[in-house]
Ligand binder design. Sequence first.
Ligand SMILES: Cc1ncc(C[n+]2csc(CCOP(=O)(O)OP(=O)(O)O)c2C)c(N)n1
Length: 622
Amino acid sequence: MLLEKIGSPADLRRLRPDQLTALADEIRGVIIESVTRLGGHLGSNLGAVEMTLAIHRVFESPKDIVLWDTGHQAYAHKLVTGRQQDFVGLKQENGMSGYPSRAESEHDWVENSHASTILSYAHGLATALDHSGETKDRRIVAVVGDGAMTGGMAYEGLNNLGHSGRKVVIVLNDNGRSYAPTISRLSTEISRLRLRPGYMNLRSKVARRLDRLGAVGRLADAGWTALTTAIREAAADPVPFFEALGVRYTGPFDGHDVPAMEEALRHAASYNGPIVVHLRTEKGRGYQPAVEDEEQRLHDFKVVSPSAQVNTPAPATWTQAFTEALLSAAESDERVVALTAAMPGPTGLLPFQARFPRRFFDVGIAEQHAVTAAAGMAMGGLRPVVAVYSTFFSRAFDQANLDVGLHGLPVVFALDRAGITGDDGPSHHGVLDLALTLAIPGMTVMAPSSAEELRVMVGQALAIEGPVSIRWPKGEGHTAPDGETGSGLNGRKIRHGDDACILAVGRLLRPALEAAEELARRGIETSVWDVRVVKPLDEAMLADAVKHPLVVTVEDGVRVGGAGSHIDAALARLDETRPPVLTLGTPLEFIPQAKPASILARLGLDGAGIAASVEKALEASR
Ligand SMILES: Cc1ncc(C[n+]2csc(CCOP(=O)(O)OP(=O)(O)O)c2C)c(N)n1
């Protein structure tokens, strides 16, 4: 195994070209084996193998700074920076992160894993290096995908890099896809260029001729750049876009040809300013199901059972319940349209796209645009549904608050993967959406406790003349504990008891009921409500709650400013002498990766934890 001999990127620089090919195969083997067993980003990592080798042979990390946008494509980077042994714990509790991680390695800088930020980090780091006079000795290379280039921040970064002239090599990792084919005019234009064989042939013919001419013929950098520019112009190159922003462009190059990339990167590194090196890569390379990934399951592969085979369909999920309800609402109301920020597969919109292609909008990784565009659609009389993961909704808070909320527009926010999501770590937990949506005046906030409730709520939400959010967790859909669903904006009382009243939000209804049973075994009788709608709160539910000596709220979002705080404030308004209110939720901490059940147990949000908290609070109040 060659890989065993690679302890750091310096070891890569000793390898011959044939060894690099063998090493790339070994790396793919490790990625496929680890991801199919433990889950993780498959297609993106398989596509980035040779690119990673070329970057680490040209740039000397950690002296040179290697930055990855999103960070979901950094497995090969991890493998060549001394973390081969850690792949056994990929995305597991106390194991290696699926993203770069500053705690893991001095080769890792950015671990936020929300897309389109890297050019801003690069601009900031380049500014800092200029300040400290280190620019001469340290270089910065920032890898960004064509998908990430659809996010507004990427353009803000590009604009500022171009304006400042700071020295950064931007590697555009262009595989033509986000989860789905990338939605971007720029990307389409670039793809057109990369797919035009005449252009590529002309490029390599010129390169070969220069090679034959030897050292003199290889020209100074300036001459080389002028020549490639001339070729591009002759081929009606659309890429002056970058250059209008003050960022040089070179490419496209074959992102699986290490020597060609090395040459391109060396040229680029000698340019004194921001420069894009455009690499054409194949997502999923080396593993055909990931190359063909129409269902978008292999971008971020989930293990559904220990014996799971790739392509095994997942069991019925919350997302599927959303899809079905949305399709049926859209059949009867042609104003209903759906938007996604580059995630039609994971948000359950592929069937909607197939059924209503003209009413479906993939806007690219552009959550902010999605929300304000939805505001515009609602102003024009449509009924937009913005389907987005809870964690990515944070990006568009200002747009939801002012562009939608201030105008009181009927936009439905369908927030999937809310609460504790698990193995993607701190950046992917959906613990902020309740606090954020509750803070928006006029927003109706729904939290279904079962997939059946979710179906009901989608229909309800579309009938409300104002903004509505519906948030639900990741994974297999819960069924209602008693097979019932609620109605209107009411809560639902599921259990009766006099000692305490538990108000449970969304998926935490289940552990709340388990806690109630556990408490009953200890002689403590509790009422349990399924809150269903967190805003506006059901007055009858509040009136019932204050009749108990203790009120307990449970949610899987931040305790501070979340549903519990909101309920506490409402109870205070209702009854100055209200009973004590115990609010259970997630702490204001970045929560590390682990299985959701394990995290919830650690945070005291499983049945046993809730029961223990209730008992303790009752003892304290006696
Ligand atoms: C703000 C934000 N929205 C959505 C996502 C989910 N997401 C993760 S990777 C990805 C696609 C990225 O495409 P690209 O940058 O081209 O990289 P590739 O996976 O194709 O290599 C998306 C949409 C995210 N990480 N951040």
